[in-house]
Design a protein around this ligand. Structure first.
Ligand SMILES: O=C(O)CCC(=O)C(=O)O
Ligand SMILES: [Fe+2]
Length: 287
């Protein structure tokens, strides 16, 4: 990627880098639920929201949204915002939640994305899927091997394409190999998950979920980011696993950004220009 672009991001978004924002060296992590409640919700529904977990990062979340809009306006994939420290810092700050579900040795997977779902263009989030199909994401006793953590950078609503899930308890196909589609007895089992900026969503990767079709009457594009995490006790679902206690080095971030643009092309239309851009990133910064 052009060094000019990277320097520009550093100079215009100082709040998103640890070096230029002392706030990112503090860690006060408010929690609205007890670990027991989170564990119970995970067991019954396969997901939970943690309200206000990122409430201290309002200014940074707003700057991150601005960066996503700027990248979009420049025709650059919003996932390039993972060049900054902020997403890595934020996911690191949620470590207590990941470790209580996956164990202390949990790892970050090299799988992440940023969405900017534009209601004015009739856009929708990703279509219904399971991040790990069948029983792939589950231990024999039913506990999840991996999670997706999805963060609303601005408020996500049914109008701008918030997440929807089939809660585990209503899903006849949850964890079942060789089946496809909706294993529910009626549409009322489907649950919308509106969340505000500052909240966090976590689902186990077996849960069926999707990002909704937006409405032209929505007030703003939905901006969100996600990262996958896995247990440290199983083989890697994807390589390289990342130590959650460190911010990945710059060159690794850039090659992983290229990898993301290429690996999610079944979920969204990828232009030839973006494909070339992504391949260049992988080649330029790999190893
Ligand atoms: O934001 C979306 O539309 C889809 C998110 C998703 O499927 C994921 O993060 O696993
Ligand atoms: Fe997903």
């Amino acid at each position: 990627m052009s060094d000019i672009l990277l320097r520009k991001i550093r100079s215009q978004y100082e709040s998103l880098f640890v070096e230029t924002n002392a706030r990112l060296r503090t860690s006060e992590n408010p929690r609205s639920q007890t670990p027991a409640t989170r564990a119970r919700r995970m067991l019954v529904d396969g997901y939970f929201e943690e309200r206000g977990a990122l409430q201290n990062w309002g200014p940074e979340l707003a700057d991150f949204a601005r960066l996503v809009h700027d990248l979009h306006s420049a025709g650059i994939s919003p996932v390039v915002s993972y060049y900054t420290d902020f997403p890595w810092f934020i996911f690191q700050s949620l470590g207590d939640i990941f470790s209580e579900i996956l164990g202390e040795e949990y790892q970050h997977l090299p799988d992440f994305w940023v969405w900017r779902i534009d209601p004015a263009r009739g856009e929708a989030g990703w279509k219904p899927h399971r991040d790990k199909g069948g029983s792939l994401g589950l231990f024999p006793d039913g506990r999840p091997k991996s999670l997706t953590c999805w963060i609303p950078v601005n408020d996500a609503t049914p109008q701008n394409g918030c997440m929807y899930v089939v809660p585990k308890q209503h899903d006849k196909y949850y964890g079942v190999d060789g089946v496809d589609g909706l294993g529910i007895s009626g549409l009322s089992s489907i649950r919308a998950l509106p969340v505000d900026s500052g909240d966090v969503l976590v689902w186990d990767q077996t849960v069926l979920h999707w990002g909704a079709q937006s409405s032209e009457f929505a007030s703003h594009p939905r901006i969100s980011m996600a990262l996958e995490v896995q247990s440290g006790k199983i083989p890697a679902f994807d390589e390289p696993l990342l130590n959650p206690r460190e911010l990945p080095p710059e060159s690794l971030r850039l090659s992983l950004i290229g990898k993301q643009i290429l690996q999610y092309q079944h979920m969204y239309p990828l232009s030839d220009e973006s494909r070339v851009f992504a391949k260049t990133l992988v080649e330029q910064y790999d190893g």
